[in-house]
Ligand binder design. Sequence first.
Ligand SMILES: [Fe+2]
Length: 397
Amino acid sequence: MSGQQDCALQLQGSIAWPGVCHWGAGALARTVIAAGARLKAPLVVTDASTWRAVRSTVEAAFAAVPGLQWHVYDGVVPNPAVDQVREALRKGRALDCASIVAVGGGSAIDVAKAAYACLAGGLEADELLSPKGQAWLDSASVPDGPLFIAVPTTSGTGSESSSAALVQADDGRKRLYRSNRMRPSLIALQPDLTLSLPLRPTAQGGFDATLHALGAWINTDPSPVGKAMALHALKLCLRALPAVLRSPDSLQARADMQMGAYMAGLAIGMSKVDAVHAMCTPLESRVHGAHAEVLGPIFSVVSRYTAQTAPAPYAAAARMLGIANSGDDGLDALTLIDAVESLARLADIPLRFSDLALSEQDATLLASQAMQSASMPIHPRTLAPEEIKSLYLQMAA
Ligand SMILES: [Fe+2]
């Protein structure tokens, strides 16, 4: 047997598809119809401003279900904390809610995921980090569990299709929960629901989705479906983000951006991301900017460092997307990195931190936290803790 065959036989994995996604015009109404009798006493988990913008559309979709009783928790805030999970859960349990409908961006969907895990698993919010909570998160889905629907109104995190939820713990640190059981089983991608999102969060979400796609593409995870999703998501994001910034009222641009973010979420659900996101999560506990504004400087430093010794995956993407074809991996990789940085500038996302101050001790701690990410070992350039520390210090310089 050749070495290549030997290697192929050792590769293995599983592909967990997320729920059924209805996309395009009228997606929410079609989703509610598809839910049928499984949509029992839903609790809408959202934030106040999103709810003001899309309430009438959600009400119209629910009105098609005779006698449906539903309630709203609209207390989600950006960078949500476990307190919002507690509040949503308290309200859902007090009102006998039996399903969850997340309406909003990544923050609303992440809170809804954690609240759903508690509702479906009979857990309290504080138990999610305990062995009991972890056992539920790790367990297999059951077909007759409570229904969870996601209705994203932003295009960025891909939380609607990923298995992850990022929620700040009581100690201020962001905790990432992962479970295929927290994936919404129905997703409504209705482009006009993203029209009310202002340009700034639209730009930030689009950049985040771009880095999800690129991270899932360049990492060493072997999932062929994850890679296919990542590459197509990257193609869509690189095209749709400039288009949506140029023409924010274009439904086609919004639809492409929404699908790009969704597919990038699919890709990271299957293949995870890379060191850029692994290093972002700990830093976000110290830098209180938007997620994309923390990602920008990290991307600039980490991707250029990575491409010094591992340019191949960046170069392959550049060639497959028709951005570069010099035949030189190093040059083609830099062309792709330049293109992503140009996108950041177009989206008004800084590529340098203006006021980040880190001591050696801070950087050591951040590096040890970044090492805990499941995406760090699959980064295409192996990064030792000392290198990660040095990269953090470069960003602060
Ligand atoms: Fe992200």
